[in-house]
Structure formats: structure tokens, C-alpha cells
Design a protein around this ligand. Sequence first.
Ligand code: CTP
Length: 400
Amino acid sequence: MLRALRRRALAGLAPVYLVGGPLRDMLLGEPIKDLDFVVEGDAPALAQSVAQELRGETLTYPRFGTATVVLPDCRVDLVTARRETYPKPGALPEVMPGNILDDLARRDFAINALALPLAQRRPALLDPQEGMADLAQGIIRTLHPRSFTDDPTRILRALRYEQRLRFSLETETWSQMRAAIRDGCLDTVSGDRLRRELERILEERRPAQALGRAADLGVLAAIHPALKDGSALKKLASEGQVPVSGLTCLAALAYPLTPGQEAGVVRRLVMPGTWAKVVEDTVALKSLAGKLAEPGLTPSRVYRLLEGRAAEAVCAVSQLTSSPMAAQRLDDYLRRLPLATAALNGNALLALGVPAGPKVGELLLKLRDARLDGHANSAAAERDLVHRWLTSEGGLAQNG
Ligand code: CTP
């Protein structure tokens, strides 16, 4: 794809530039995730010509002057160089064609405002905003004072880069961010856009650190007042804690919520079902912690209390609860999950003389409990138990 574009650029057919993230990551010696290109001209037409040559598909968005070339092993975005103006804070920008310098000037941070002209035989990096110096110093810096109010999602982007690259926010950028948060700029952003940024944070290697910072800065409280307490996120992020998955981090975000507050948070961020379940289960499990700490609770009782709950919620609550006993039981549940099926199945029970009907399901559950509580650890031991139940006085219903 890069070569196909370069050939066209060298032939004078298209002024194409490799831009943004891939250059930043290359200069930092980080792996490059995907390539982004800017064209001074018609990006959808260029995408179509390249896709034809490489036998790929093109998705074009003529209204925005953008296109994606889809090849069997990659997707590459091509964007028409543009200028942007924001009709009002938080709204999507109005765009008009521009040149590469306009395009770099509309970007979020100097470290992303880099371009490599493919039309030059020995390409010289374009760095009008001095992003290279920021990369060398480890600094995240906006390009103009209205950057965060124009596009408040950049607040979350800045915190994501800060934690990913272990960079610092430049002093002015830091003040601009604080002012934008204080002035309520996050109220202007749709739940969908906020959730997409959160999603990207959750895909990072250190999501709890970025969200912990967002809590400290009042970003989470500005998104929804019930999210103001970041202590669970900070605990998860603290030294010595094992790395956690994105959804476990989402559970930590939800941990301080009290029953009844989940729905508002789910609505504000237009959460998909999987997210909503993690949030709801976290709040429910936190309320169960007292019960989970009761002495004498058998593993099978624990299993029945936790069955069906999102594993990420269980994992987060086990790390966050103040009760060591509840934590141990939650952990134990996660470890025993794969064990929690009986060796015998329904047909095996019928063959042992269990009457067809609801009894079969009931006994399968009892067998599972027996396995969890260590009373049966093989098919033979399970068969013995079933025999005992079938022959015991008073029939099946009294066995336990
Ligand atoms: N961009 C921006 N403002 C945003 C989102 C994106 O200015 N709110 C610009 C940035 O210059 C960024 C480019 O669009 O480099 C592409 O966006 P994206 O793919 O999100 O960034 P990458 O840097 O490629 O990817 P990542 O953030 O995951 O490293």
C-alpha cells in the first residue's frame, strides 16, 4: 500500500503524506499500529485507484473527503488535506479543503502533527509545530489554546498518550485542560464520542492509570457526577497490582457507584450490553461482599451467589473489597469456574436410573456442588453419589 502510494507520489500523480501516529511511533521506536495518509487532493479517487491495483475494496465518504482501502491483511485510511472550524464547542467540525500545513495545524498535539512527503525522493519530515522536540522531551502540547474546548475528547486522548508514552503535559496545555474541564466543556460531547475514547483507553496497557488521572482531574465527574471517586481505579493502578484487562478497569470505574446510580452512567456513555453488565454486576457484587465474608460458606454456595456474573466484575471486586475473606472467595470462584461441571451428563444419569424430567437437572446441579465442595472428583465418585441418593431413605429430595 505504501509502495503503491509512493509510486503515484513520485510520478507526480498525487501529493501524498504519511502522517501522525505512525511517524510518532516510528520516531519513538514503538511498534506502528496502522498507517494514515493525507492527500492534497481527492483522497477517495486515489483510494479507488490504489485499491484497483492491489485488488482491494474501497469505502469512501465523499462528504468528508476520506476513504479506507481494505486489503486482505490491512485497512488504510486516506484523508483529503483539510482545514477545520468548530461551529460550537464539542460539535463536529466544519471542514474545507486545505494543504498539508492546514491539515497539520488542525491536529490535537504537536507530537501528532508530523508528515512525511512521499513525493520526495529523500523525504524530509515536515514538523511545523516542533513535535520532534516534544517527542525528545516527552511532552504533550496542544497547538492552540481552544484545542480542548473545540474538541473535548482531546482531554481523554491527552491522558491516554500521557500514560502510554509516559509523557508529561506541557504547562500551558495543562492549564488549558483544567480550564476546559472547569468550564464544563465535557457537557457538550455526546455519550457515543466519550465512550469511543474510553474504549480506546481501555485497550491500552495501563488503562487504570489513565482513568485514575481522569478521576483526579475531575474529568470523570464531569462526564457523570457519580463517577467522581477514583480511589478504586487508583488502587487498581497502584504499584504491585497485577495488570488488569480493560473491562476489569471499567468495573473499577463503576465500583464506587451505589445501587441505583448504574443506570445513569450506562445511559450517559451509551454503553453496549457487555459494558452495562460489567457495571451492574460490579455494583451488585460489592453489595454482596458482606455475605461473601460470612464464615462457613461452602464453595458451592459461593458459586450459586456468583453464578452468571461478569468475570471482570468478580475480578475487580476481589481486588477492591476491604474484606480479605470475600476477596479470597471471589478469587476462588474464578479459579474454580473451569471445574464447575459434573463429569456425568444427563444421559449418564438416565442410564443410572434417574427418572427423565426435572430430577435430571436437579441432580446435575447437586453433582456440580459436590464437585465444587470436594465430595466427588471423578466420574466414578459421582456415580457412587447418584447411587446413594437414589437408594437413600426418603428419596432424592432430601439429599444434599
Ligand atoms: N486527531 C485529532 N483530534 C482528535 C482525534 C484525532 O487531531 N480528536 C488527529 C491526530 O493528529 C491523530 C490523527 O488524527 O494523530 C489520527 O487519529 P487516531 O487514529 O485516533 O490517532 P493515532 O495517533 O493514529 O492512533 P493512536 O492514538 O491509537 O496512537
